[in-house]
Write a protein that binds this ligand. Sequence first.
Ligand SMILES: Nc1ncnc2c1ncn2[C@@H]1O[C@H](COP(=O)(O)OP(=O)(O)OP(=O)(O)O)[C@@H](O)[C@H]1O
Ligand SMILES: [Mg+2]
Length: 291
Amino acid sequence: MVTTVPQSEIDIPATAAGKSRVELKNVSRGFGEEWDREEVIKNLTFEIKPGDLTCIVGPSGCGKSTIVNLVAGYDTPESGEILLNGSPVRGPGKDRMVVFQETALMPWQTTYDNVVFGPLLRGEGTRAEIDKEARRLLDRVGLGDFKKKYPSQLSGGMQRRAELARALINKPVLLIMDEPFRGLDAMSRPLMQEFFLRLFEENRRTNLFVTSEIEEAIFLADRLIVLSNRPAQVRAVIEIPLPRPRQFHMMSSPEVFEIKRQALEILHEEAMKSFRGQGARGEQVRPQAQP
Ligand SMILES: Nc1ncnc2c1ncn2[C@@H]1O[C@H](COP(=O)(O)OP(=O)(O)OP(=O)(O)O)[C@@H](O)[C@H]1O
Ligand SMILES: [Mg+2]
């Protein structure tokens, strides 16, 4: 069923329904000692607009998860700054929830207990209020009948939906997703994409979504940020002009084909640079490794 976005929801003021703005300004982060230093992101500047779904795509290992960790506040930039609604990000907070590729559900707790864990721990609201919201969210993500199941008893797609419920109960102003559908089978992945789109289009909570699948990025995003090879820099910002609610048939339009072509061309160029870089290093190392 197609759900349309109510106009009243679109008009709610920024931050009121998770419509927050994120700005990265000249952010750099590297790892390792001076002799073994690896610049991972360098002078990275881009913006995530309120109520937008912004997809980051880039070559494998270019620093996407590093960006996620920085925006989530799990890590700190070496230089530059990250602003959330104008205030610097100084650490993790429940206003920014992250859904990772690997499940972060606690295996010894039921789906329901995983969802209520955060608000109960922080003592936010009464038990009855938390219970009501958890049930509402679990129904919304299609897990109403799976509340008492443990994570190992859920399919991969169900686990991701349980994680979404667990993140959303905290009412984050920014939802960050790091390749959340990687590893799902070929049938479950498009179903999860569509399910997630409907959820996003209900209230347009600002979303930073990392994926290595260009088609997934185009299907979901308002804007694509295409990153270079390491050290990651913005190679292109591509606006996706498809209307919402998104439908799979839109993916066969000529404009999608053109966007895909542009993005793939850049990603291919960057992947080749990375490949050549590794080859060059390999050739330097090999003679030293010989006895
Ligand atoms: N805490 C850390 N300490 C040392 N090196 C790190 C750390 N975090 C990331 N790196 C390095 O930074 C680089 C980028 O890693 P990152 O996980 O951000 O890439 P990615 O784009 O998410 O990769 P993938 O596509 O595989 O998910 C890698 O070379 C990684 O080894
Ligand atoms: Mg990653």
